[in-house]
Design a protein around this ligand. Structure first.
Ligand SMILES: [Zn+2]
Ligand SMILES: [Zn+2]
Length: 62
């Protein structure tokens, strides 16, 4: 029962394999963020945390 709001929201990352499947778009919308974005001038703090789901884990499929 999900209603798409914007076209931008429907744009999925090519990095997310699962997100390209019908029905999983919403779950994997956040998969566009595949890398940690560090906060400038800070040591170790993150501005944006990367998506933690398993579909694009470093190292790939086990
Ligand atoms: Zn994903
Ligand atoms: Zn993800």
């Amino acid at each position: 029962m999900s209603v798409p709001t914007t076209d931008e929201e429907r744009t999925l990352s090519a990095e997310c394999i699962l997100g390209q499947r019908p029905g999983l778009e919403d779950l994997h919308r956040q998969c566009r963020q595949i890398a940690d974005v560090p906060l400038p001038h800070s040591n170790g703090l993150l501005l944006i945390k990367r998506c933690g789901c398993g579909c694009h884990r470093p190292g790939g499929a086990a």
